[in-house]
Design a protein around this ligand. Sequence first.
Ligand SMILES: [Mg+2]
Length: 129
Amino acid sequence: MNAVKNRKILVVEDSRLIHKMYEVMLRPATLVSAFDGREGLDKLSQSPDVDMIILDINMPKMTGLDFLGQVKATPALAKIPVIIVSTEGKEEDVARGLQSGAVAYLRKPFQREDLLKIVNHIESKQTAA
Ligand SMILES: [Mg+2]
């Protein structure tokens, strides 16, 4: 099982510790790192070829939901699957994230298997499409 091999994933997350966790969990994927929504948009303009985006909600400068809104409003980027991973776990938060265009919403804390299950699901849908 190595769905993330040869994959390029943008991680938009303000916690350095969680970035390090993703590096381990998603090895051997290529990760592009951003620490707030605005930096995420900058990184996307440099690397619009990312296969998916892992997105935090609570971040300085620009929140995950604002970032997601911008991505979905940009036709060249709108099809990139976005997985929200957040401590904001209430039903309304999840609903808002999915309505904003995320394909999945994972609550922190989470296990590596939970994340990989979502990533694999996205991969299989893309292969089938
Ligand atoms: Mg955060």
